[in-house]
Structure formats: structure tokens, C-alpha cells
Design a protein around this ligand. Structure first.
Ligand SMILES: NC(=O)c1ccc[n+]([C@@H]2O[C@H](COP(=O)([O-])OP(=O)(O)OC[C@H]3O[C@@H](n4cnc5c(N)ncnc54)[C@H](OP(=O)(O)O)[C@@H]3O)[C@@H](O)[C@H]2O)c1
Length: 333
């Protein structure tokens, strides 16, 4: 069994901080230690994968490396009693695709406690349409709902709305009855955003106030932010008393120019979202929601599919912000 070979998109350092990506034949001996080997049917492309694929040491320290923070497939071998060969499973986040060979390879080997059983009512392909981005969107929605933000309280803002996290957040919120205002900046996709559930679409300029005013006119009951920087600061300063804002990303900027006044004069809460270290009980809860009452009827509208062979060019598009929705990767074409 250890001689079995498979294909993977391998990132190699060619010297002086230069990196190449190519499809490489690997064997099971190249897989890291772990309890469960999964034959990967589908992976997906996330912003973090694009960073790992271009040599970003904040994501991946050592090369050669196989990126891919998401994988869904069938258990091939298991040393754990919790999983049997033939079972359909999802593996997202933890260290997968960061410093552990990831889902851009046809096989992965991981610790059993990273593995989630595929929920009923979800296919492997659908699970990767969600992937880490969709899971993060679901966690963000979960935290707003759990906090007590209801559809009757007013509009919810979603930034980076055409992206992976944003488009799933827009879709889930709309599916469960919220009025969503989407921020769309890079490529004009207002029609697409309305098709996937946005009530209205605003530009980055309309969503950004660069003044130093500590509080702005109230506009939102809550927000799901993927961008950070001035846009996150503006949404916090524009949130209604008692409202809440989730922060999961830093596509625009990692800083947050702000005073404490939204928190102490309006009782606004800022909720951090970390999908990577989300504990397993919460992880399972979010996947169960994704597969049941939050399941998006228009999933295919959000999705494009690529193969391992074509993945390289899609990584470039993602780095330029020129993609929309979710890109899933079929490993066996
Ligand atoms: N905390 C966590 O657990 C977690 C998990 C997953 C992802 N993330 C983070 O969440 C963020 C979004 O991830 P993603 O997978 O949705 O990324 P993505 O698919 O690349 O989407 C990002 C979106 O942001 C907008 N955008 C791109 N460049 C921009 C810029 N310079 N200024 C303003 N807007 C810009 C674009 O949407 P528009 O054209 O519509 O504006 C783009 O579609 C990333 O920072 C990622 O690392 C965090």
C-alpha cells in the first residue's frame, strides 16, 4: 500500500524567495503521519490557499508543500475506531494545507480528531462549495443569530460580498430572512449579488468613512466583515445600539482605526471568528446547520469548478481579487 502513487499540486522553492507550482507524482510515503488516509474527491480554493501557493511564510513555513485547507472524500485507511474505510468525510482547517499536506493532493493523511463525518443531506461536492469559506460564513451567521440579532432589527452588512466567505454569508442570511446589504468593490457584480439574496449593493466608497468621527449615523443591525481596516471601522461606528459585528478577515487591511465609543456608548459588540481552531462540537453544529435549515437552494449559482490541471491559473485570479463565489477543485479528472 505504501507504494501507491497520486497526483498533487506541489509548490517548490526555487531559491531567493521564488516559488513554482506544478503537478507532481507523489507516493503514500510522502504523506505526513496521521490516523486517517482520505481519498480526496473535492477540495476548494480559499484566499489562504492562494497565499500558501505563492510562498507566503505566514501561512506555510516549509516547502515543498501541497496547499489546500479543504478536503472532502472517502476514508481509504484508518487507524482510528472512529472512522472506517468507505465513510464519507470532510476535513477543513486545523493545520491542513498550511504545514500539513493539503487537499490539492489526491490523498491526505490527518489526525482522526480533524475529521468530520459528512452530514446527511450534503454531498461531498456540496460540502466543498461551502468549504472553509462557507464554514466561516456559517460561524459568523451563527454568532450573530446567537447574539440576538433578528431580521426585524434591520439591515445586516456583508463586506467582500463576492468572495467565498461573503457570498455564502449573503446567501445564508437571505435564506433565513435577513435583509442583506452587500459591499462590492473590485469587479461590479451587483446583479449577481442580488441573485444570491442581497437586498441592495453598495460600493466600498459608500461603505467607508475615513473621518476620525468616533460614531456615525446608525445604518446596520449587524455586520459580517471579511476586509478589516477602514471598512470594518466604519461598520462598527455605524452599527445600531446593541448590535454586533463579526470580523474574520483582513483582505483590505489588518489594522482597525477606532475609538472605544461604539462599545461604551452604543453597546456594540465585536465578535472574532476563527474557523481554524473552532472546537469540534461547534464545528459539527455549524456543519449540521449548513446541511439543514441553512442549506442554500442556489448553491450552484455560487460555484465554479476546476481541475487540478487548471488550478494554477485560478490561484492567480484569486490573488487579483478577480473571482467570485466559490471555486471547487475536482481532484480526479
Ligand atoms: N478567520 C477565519 O477563520 C477565516 C476563514 C476563512 C477566510 N478568512 C479570511 O476572510 C477573508 C475573505 O476570505 P475569502 O475566502 O472570502 O476571500 P476571497 O474569496 O478572495 O474574497 C475576498 C473579497 O474581498 C473583496 N476584495 C478583494 N480585494 C480587496 C481589496 N483590496 N479591498 C477591498 N475589498 C477587496 C472582493 O469582493 P468585492 O469585489 O465584492 O468587494 C473579494 O471577492 C480573507 O482575509 C481570509 O483570509 C478567515
Amino acid at each position: 500500500m505504501s507504494q501507491k502513487t497520486y497526483k498533487a499540486l506541489r509548490v517548490e522553492e526555487t531559491g531567493d524567495n521564488q516559488f513554482t507550482r506544478k503537478i507532481t507524482d507523489l507516493s503514500f510515503d510522502d504523506l505526513p503521519e496521521g490516523d486517517v488516509i482520505v481519498k480526496v474527491d473535492y477540495s476548494s480554493l480559499n484566499y489562504k490557499d492562494a497565499l500558501s501557493a505563492t510562498g507566503n511564510r505566514g501561512v506555510t513555513r516549509k516547502y515543498p508543500h501541497t496547499p489546500g485547507i479543504d478536503a472532502a472524500g472517502v476514508v481509504e485507511e484508518s487507524k482510528s475506531d472512529a472512522f472506517k474505510p468507505g465513510e464519507e468525510v470532510i476535513v477543513t482547517s486545523y493545520d491542513l494545507g498550511m504545514n500539513t499536506s493539503g487537499g490539492f493532493g489526491q490523498y491526505i493523511r490527518v489526525p482522526a480528531d480533524w475529521v468530520v463525518r459528512l452530514p446527511e443531506n450534503l454531498t461531498l461536492r456540496e460540502s466543498m462549495i461551502y468549504g472553509t469559506a462557507g464554514f466561516t460564513a456559517a460561524l459568523s451567521v451563527y454568532r450573530l443569530v446567537d447574539y440576538g440579532i433578528t431580521p426585524e432589527m434591520g439591515d445586516v452588512l456583508v463586506s467582500g460580498a463576492t468572495g467565498g466567505v461573503g457570498s455564502i454569508a449573503v446567501s445564508i442570511l437571505s435564506k433565513i430572512g435577513y435583509s442583506v446589504v452587500a459591499v462590492n468593490g473590485v469587479v461590479d457584480e451587483a446583479d449577481y449579488l442580488k441573485e444570491i439574496g442581497a437586498q441592495s449593493v453598495i460600493s466600498i466608497e459608500e461603505a467607508t468613512d475615513q473621518s476620525s468621527r468616533p460614531l456615525l449615523k446608525v445604518r446596520w443591525a449587524g455586520s459580517i466583515d471579511t476586509l478589516g481596516g477602514d471598512i470594518l471601522s466604519t461598520s462598527i461606528r455605524s452599527t445600531a445600539p446593541g448590535g454586533a459585528v463579526t470580523s474574520c478577515g483582513n483582505v483590505a487591511a489588518p489594522d482597525l482605526p477606532l475609538t472605544v465609543f461604539p462599545f461604551i456608548l452604543r453597546g456594540v459588540s465585536l465578535i472574532g471568528i476563527d474557523s481554524q481552531n473552532c472546537p469540534m462540537p461547534m464545528r459539527q453544529k455549524a456543519w449540521d446547520k449548513i446541511a439543514s435549515e441553512w442549506k442554500i437552494p442556489w448553491l450552484d449559482r455560487l460555484t465554479s469548478e476546476t481541475s487540478l490541471r487548471e488550478l494554477d491559473s485560478k490561484i492567480e485570479l484569486m490573488l487579483q481579487g478577480k473571482h467570485k463565489g466559490r471555486m471547487i477543485v475536482h481532484l480526479w479528472d
